[in-house]
Every structure is written in C-alpha cells, then in structure tokens.
Ligand binder design. Structure first.
Ligand code: GDP
Ligand code: GDP
Length: 438
C-alpha cells in the first residue's frame, strides 16, 4: 500500500509553508536539488513514529489575487479531500476565524475526511490566549495550538494526524501491482490514453482498499503484468475551472506522481515540450520515480524519414535532466504503439527497483577512476574509497570520499553514467550521496 498522505490546507499567510518546512525540513536536506529543475516544494516525505508519510502543501498554488482566494481555497480543500488520508486545516490566531475559514471548514466537515485543526502563531507556550477558544466554532473538534515558527505543538499535531493513518499491512491483491500515473497538461490526451488502455482489457475499477482516500484507481491485468492506473483526478472528473487553470493541473499531477511507481509523462506532439511539461516531469524526476516520455497525437504530425529522430532530440533538449527516460511516440486516438507502453512500464519499473552488487559497483568505480582521474583543487585530489547502494526507488548510491567539496557534480554525473552503462537503469533517476570520511 502507498504511504499515508497528509495535506495542509489553509488561507494564504496562515503559515502553511512554515509548517511544511518544519515538518519536512529534516528529510529534505539529504535530497539534493537537481540543477536545471526549479522546484516549488509542494510535497515531501516525512517520518513520524517510524512511519513514513507524504506531506503536501496545497498552498503551493496560492492565488495572487484577493477575490480568487475563496475559489482557490475550495479547490485546495477539494484536492486534499480527494487525495489525502488526513487533512491538517491550519488557521491563524492573530487574524481569528475568517469567513473563508468557516466556508472551508464546513466543506471539510461534510467530506467526512479526518481533519486536524491547527491554530498557528500560538507563539507563547502555556495557557492558550482567550482568542484561541473562538476556533472551536469551526466545528472541527479540538483545535491544536501550534507555532510553526518555533515548533511548539507540532508533535501533538502529528500524533493526532497519525491516529488516522490507514493500517500498514499490505494488500495481497495489490502485491506486485505497478502503480502508473499518466501525467501531463490538460488536453494532452490523458483520458484518451486511459480509455484506450482500459477499454481493451479486463478492467476492475474499485476503491483503493483499506484507505480513507476516495480516489478511484483503475486496475488492469494483462499478459504484461498487473497495473493500477492512478486516478489523476482530473482525468475522470474534470471540472471546468480546473481545466482552465494551469496551476491546478500541475497540482493534480503532483499528487499522482507521489503515489506512482511509474510516471508516464505525456507530451503533445503538436506542441512539443512546454514549460509546464518541464515542471511536471521535473517533479517525477525529483521524486525518484521511474519515468517514460510519451509523445501523443503522433497521428497529427507530418512525417518524413527523419521526423522521429529529430523529434526525439527536441524532446531530450526540453527535458534535459532525464536523458535516461525512454521516448515513445503514440496516438491514443488510433491506438498506434499504445501496447508498447506496457513493456516499457515493466522495464523501467524493474530498473527503478534494481540492486547492484557492491563488489561490481566497486570494480566499476576502480575502472572509472583509473580512466578519468578524479578532480583536484590546490593540489588536493578527490579520493573515492568505496561505493555502496543504499536504496532503491530510485537506486541510491553512497560514495565515501576524502573531501566532499572536491566531488563535483560533473564527476558524480560521470560515475553515474559508468554505472548506467553497465547496469542499464533505463527510465530511472539515480541518486548519489556523498559522505566524507576523515
Ligand atoms: P502560507 O502563505 O500559509 O504558506 O504562510 P507562510 O508560511 O508563508 O507564513 C506567512 C507569514 O507568517 C510569514 O511571515 C511567517 O514568518 C509567519 N509565520 C508562520 N508561522 C508563524 C508562527 O508560528 N508564528 C509567527 N509569529 N509567525 C508565523
Ligand atoms: P486530457 O485533458 O489530457 O485528459 O486530454 P483528452 O484525452 O481529453 O484529450 C484532449 C483532446 O485531444 C480530445 O479532443 C482528444 O480527442 C484529443 N486527442 C487525444 N489523444 C489524441 C491523439 O493521439 N491524436 C489526436 N489526433 N487527438 C487526440
């Protein structure tokens, strides 16, 4: 089963980012940012009482314009209701309860989803201030006074949220199932592809068992394997407002990425790679997911002998940080090459889970460092003592060296490529963690 998901919902300026950073900070600091990918930190992995969960800051899509606030808040709440197991609704002691707080609280309450109410900016520990009691009026039960700034109360808040996490045991039926997210901007053809994929095969549509989430995922079993196509909400239930607003679809994709094993990044052949595509694909890359690039609407492109090759180059340029991702050209409309997708999904999934034996890894290291000498600075040379794989999804390698500052990105990239050459690793990002030792 996938990790529990906690969403933070609240008005602008109540302290959502502050809380998010506080909860996420520790985990995030060990994950390096990938150059070339700007990332709004909208979600992160956290751990509480030994349980790993995802936290989503729905505030990442905040309105710039005041009269849109309520609309956006409703959307945030809706997204959270749809995708999260638990919602943290955050309010602000200083402003008190506002009309939009009331509105959103009512929405959350109606949803029946577990909601934990936080009153932020309670900066003085101890007896709550008189204003605090007003928050009981939201009808969401006992408010938790916190100070995201100082960290007070956040532990109790998490304890409360923790109670609502779905049980941890695996669902047998879902074992070995590959969770696939079709992501891409509106109109790229996500629904068409999903319908094409599901239409021809045995489909079991069911609620995600054992979770309090109400997304509807589509299961598909065929000769290639067992798949769950994640309801990228917005595929099935499109609302007019969402379609128009780009940020919404980015948010949607993000949630799907988080739950997926494999991300199918869809590009519209008639438009090429757009900025939004770059962003969404960047999320999949940063989240360490297996990735496939699918250029859809290939039927609409006029072709001569070299078109596909040229097009591939352009896609590679646009998504330069994921040279490892296979590129497929399909038409969801005619069905052309759609069945290639299954094999590709299975292949990249395997690569994303691959374990490389330490012995072989260190032979590669020895050869690689003999062929291209590690960098030096002021007479001091980088020495890499040892390398080991610390994890999968994505394959993560730890390199022990004498001086981390000398271990430039370009040399890391070089080593990564050496490993890829030997072990394939198609379709998966790879992480390098550098540890300095004496
Ligand atoms: P968001 O718009 O909901 O993400 O809010 P931010 O996290 O950006 O916070 C808005 C403002 O409130 C910032 O100036 C923060 O420094 C401040 N803030 C956030 N949490 C606290 C808190 O616990 N106490 C105080 N005094 N200020 C806070
Ligand atoms: P979504 O918003 O990403 O779910 O996109 P849809 O599946 O709703 O597709 C948007 C539009 O593009 C619809 O009019 C589809 O018929 C059309 N479309 C989708 N895939 C293809 C394709 O491969 N070829 C052509 N010609 N049109 C397509």
């Amino acid at each position: 089963m996938s990790k529990p998901t906690v969403a933070i919902v609240g008005r602008p300026n109540v302290g959502k980012s502050q809380l998010f950073n506080r909860l996420a900070g520790k985990r995030l600091s060990i994950v390096e940012d990938t150059p070339g990918v700007t990332r709004d930190r909208l979600y992160a992995e956290c751990e509480w009482r030994g349980r790993v969960f995802s936290i989503i800051d729905t505030g990442g899509i905040e309105p710039s314009n005041d009269n849109e606030i309520l609309k956006f808040m409703r959307f945030q709440a809706e997204t959270a209701i749809h995708h999260a197991d638990v919602i943290i609704f955050i309010t602000d002691l200083r402003t008190g309860v506002t009309a939009s707080d009331m509105d959103v609280a009512a929405m959350l309450q109606r949803s029946g989803k577990p909601v934990v109410l936080a009153v932020n900016k309670c900066d003085k520990p101890g007896q709550p201030e008189p204003e605090f009691y007003e928050f009981y009026n939201l009808g969401l039960g006992e408010p938790f006074g916190i100070s995201a700034l100082h960290g007070y109360g956040t532990g109790d808040l998490l304890d409360e949220a923790f109670q609502y996490f779905p049980p941890e045991e695996e669902d047998d039926e879902d074992e070995g199932r590959i969770r696939v997210a079709l992501i891409g901007k509106p109109n790229v053809g996500k629904s068409s592809l999903l319908n094409r994929v599901l239409g021809e095969e045995r489909v079991i549509v069911s609620n995600v068992a054992g979770t309090t989430r109400d997304s509807v995922d589509a299961k598909l079993d065929n000769q290639y394997g067992k798949f769950t196509f994640i309801d990228t909400a917005g595929i099935r239930r499109k609302s007019k407002v969402e379609e128009k607003i780009e940020k919404f679809s980015v948010m949607r994709s993000l949630m799907a990425v988080e739950r997926a094993d494999v991300c199918v990044i869809m590009i519209d052949a008639t438009e090429g790679v757009t900025e939004q595509d770059t962003k969404v694909a960047g999320e999949a890359h940063n989240a360490g997911k297996a990735c496939i690039i699918v250029v859809n609407k290939w039927d609409l492109v006029e072709k001569d002998g070299g078109t596909m090759k040229e097009y591939t180059l352009r896609v590679r340029e646009g998504l330069a940080y994921m040279p490892y991702a296979p590129v497929l050209f399909i038409s969801a409309k005619t069905g052309q090459r759609v069945d290639k997708i299954y094999e590709t999904i299975c292949h990249v999934y395997e690569q994303n889970h691959k374990r490389v034996p330490t012995g072989q890894l260190n032979s590669i290291l020895a050869e690689a460092t003999a062929r291209v000498q590690p960098p030096t600075d002021k007479g001091r040379r980088l020495k890499i003592y040892y390398m080991t794989q610390a994890g999968v999804c994505p394959p993560t390698f730890v390199c022990f060296c004498n001086d981390a500052r000398l271990f430039h990105f370009s040399y890391q990239r070089y080593l990564e490529n050496q490993i890829r050459e030997v072990f394939d690793l198609t379709g998966t990002p790879v992480r390098m963690i550098v540890r300095q030792r004496g």
